[in-house]
Design a protein around this ligand. Structure first.
Ligand code: PAF
Length: 280
């Protein structure tokens, strides 16, 4: 596996790589969820194509009060995991090479980022769009793989690819879970033992909620209120939001008519966990 640090070098290298080029953008602190994305990328690239993982803790998607500084950065561990997954190239730039101090161009998403996580994380998705568009320009991937755990991110990136005509296909990978249902996340490592014990309540609530939708429950408001109560039955859970939205537009739904997305963000202590369930 080749490790490339400089944006100019990756641009040069990319023109020589065999296609398809499949990109897996990450912020590192890799877990099974990321490795599943890399395996998917390997399948899509077949033996001839090229798998590129990027590892960059992107400052523009963190608000000043968020966890940029304490975000884990186990570079040696990450690169050895990627090597084992037969990733071909690791692109791991430093911030100073990705962002000029006098940069003055931004990307702003004005619709899908107004709800769910975007409502409490102002500018977060604009930062994601900015860095992913830079990665697309640098790596020129044929395919880019993203996890469904960050469903809002995926919906916004689909919109960005559509609206800005990026010549890339986005591949969505299902959320990878711990045996007790908790969605894998780099942030799970912040949880105390008690918080970790209660965190699967989000996934359990979605499973029961899906059964209610399948059984014919019609009112979104009723389901949301039931889900909130259920999640709050875990004493350490503090709800940020629980919602039911259209999976493409992310607009809130009043009627429970699939396809629909159940989504939630819940604090356990200082750690904010997100999860979702797509009901087709
Ligand atoms: O999902 C993530 O890890 C990040 O938001 C991404 C897509 C790598 C952009 O920094």
């Amino acid at each position: 596996m080749r490790i490339v640090r400089e944006p100019l070098k990756i641009q040069k290298l990319v023109s020589k790589l065999s296609r398809p080029v499949v990109l897996v953008p990450t912020m590192g602190a890799l877990h099974e969820g990321h490795l599943a994305l890399v395996r998917r990328a390997r399948k899509l690239a077949r033996t001839k194509g090229t798998v590129i993982a990027s590892l960059f803790v992107n400052p523009t998607q963190f608000a000043p009060n968020e966890d940029l500084e304490r975000y884990p950065r186990p570079f040696e561990r990450d690169s050895s995991l990627l090597r084992k997954e037969t990733c071909d190239v690791l692109f791991a730039p430093v911030t100073a090479d990705m962002y000029y101090p006098d940069r003055s161009i931004s990307l702003i998403e004005t619709r899908l980022s107004q709800v769910m996580c975007g409502a409490s994380r102002h500018g977060h998705f604009d930062g994601v769009c900015l860095v992913v568009s830079k990665l697309f320009n640098l790596v020129q991937p044929d395919i880019a793989v993203f996890g469904e755990k960050d469903f809002q991110q995926l919906a916004i990136l689909r919109r960005m690819v559509r609206d800005l005509n990026f010549p890339v296909v986005l591949e969505a990978h299902p959320t990878v879970r711990e045996p007790d249902g908790l969605a894998m996340s780099s942030r799970n490592s912040y949880l105390t033992k008690q918080e970790r014990g209660q965190a699967p309540i989000i996934h359990q609530t979605f499973s029961l909620a899906e059964a209610k939708v399948r059984a014919g429950m019609a009112s979104s408001a009723k389901l949301i209120s039931w889900m909130k109560q259920k999640i709050q039955s875990a004493p350490l859970a503090k709800i940020d939001y629980v919602t039911v939205v259209d999976p493409t537009s992310l607009e809130p739904l009043t009627q429970l008519k699939p396809p629909l997305l159940l989504a939630a963000a819940v604090f356990f202590g200082k750690t904010r966990l997100i999860d979702n369930r797509l009901i087709q």
